[in-house]
Design a protein around this ligand. Structure first.
Ligand code: ZN
Length: 275
């Protein structure tokens, strides 16, 4: 468990194609003295923070002064798991690469770069009273607890059905980091018709067919899909700017609700304390 502000120990690069654009994008990670994670695109520094989020339909997208970066959630989860609180990410395109559909390669890059610790604290946000948001059957709620504990449930057509998972020690839940994004086979055509997911393939997403997973290698974990929903939630929660402590229960959540949850959390300073 980290206690203080940290950054990466040396510069590193990651590149790959964007899921929606299909175009090659390169990222360069630089150590940062100032608190927080920020992207630099077209010369504009965009804090990776919930109040910069302007679109949540396909992924979490942040924007400022006409520049935007989409699909930041898996990268944000990698920062969370690496314990990195301060970093500048230079990106030469508008979409973070999808890589294998998980946070694994980003996490590896950070792990190899190493962690540099600053003397300052103020990295934790402790929830002081229950906060809840819901939309139809989806919800995210949190109660005070001294660690981050997440219970997630999802429901999709067969063969997925209902899946539920509880992670009691999220900081060390390594099976979350490499769980991949997923889609139903029938959704692919509609997405491609809309000109999206141009970079989508079996190399960067789990595809659920009529009876089984289509990817020849199958799943990485029996609960890979619900694991991935937890990954997305962790990445989105890290756009709070802090490592949140609390007992989270979430169901069928997505980027929109995750962002709404943070707005609700920050709407009253009595909901939390920072240390
Ligand atoms: Zn995702």
């Amino acid at each position: 468990m980290i206690k203080r502000q940290t950054t990466i120990n040396r510069i590193f690069k990651v590149s790959g194609i964007g899921l929606h654009s299909g175009r090659e994008v390169a990222l360069e990670f630089l150590p940062r003295r100032e608190f927080g994670i920020a992207f630099v695109h077209n010369g504009v520094t965009i804090p990776a923070r919930y109040d910069m989020v302007t679109d949540t339909r396909l992924s979490t997208l942040i924007s400022k002064d006409g520049s935007s970066v989409s699909t930041i959630e898996h990268l944000m989860a990698a920062f969370y798991f690496s314990g990195i609180t301060n970093c500048l990410v230079y990106i030469d395109g508008p979409e973070v690469p999808i890589l294998d559909g998980s946070a694994w390669e980003f996490y590896q890059g950070m792990w190899k770069a190493g962690v540099y610790e600053f003397p300052e604290s103020g990295v934790y946000l402790k929830v002081q009273r229950p906060v809840e948001v819901c939309h139809k059957e989806a919800f995210v709620r949190i109660k005070p607890l001294n660690m981050l504990d997440i219970t997630m449930s999802i429901e999709f057509r067969a063969p997925v059905g209902r899946q539920k998972k509880r992670v009691t020690d999220v900081e060390n839940a390594f099976s979350i980091i490499n769980s991949r994004t997923f889609t139903m086979v029938e959704e692919i055509e509609a997405i491609k018709k809309a000109g999206l997911a141009k970079g989508g393939s079996l190399d960067n997403a789990v595809v659920i067919g009529e009876d089984d997973v289509i990817n020849p290698q199958g799943l990485r974990y029996k609960k890979e899909l619900v694991n991935h929903k937890i990954l997305d939630l962790i990445g989105d929660l890290y756009t709070s700017g802090y490592r949140i402590l609390g007992k989270v229960e979430a169901s069928r959540t997505g980027h929109y609700l995750n962002n709404l949850f943070l707005k609700e959390l920050f709407s009253d300073p009595q909901n939390y304390s920072i240390y």
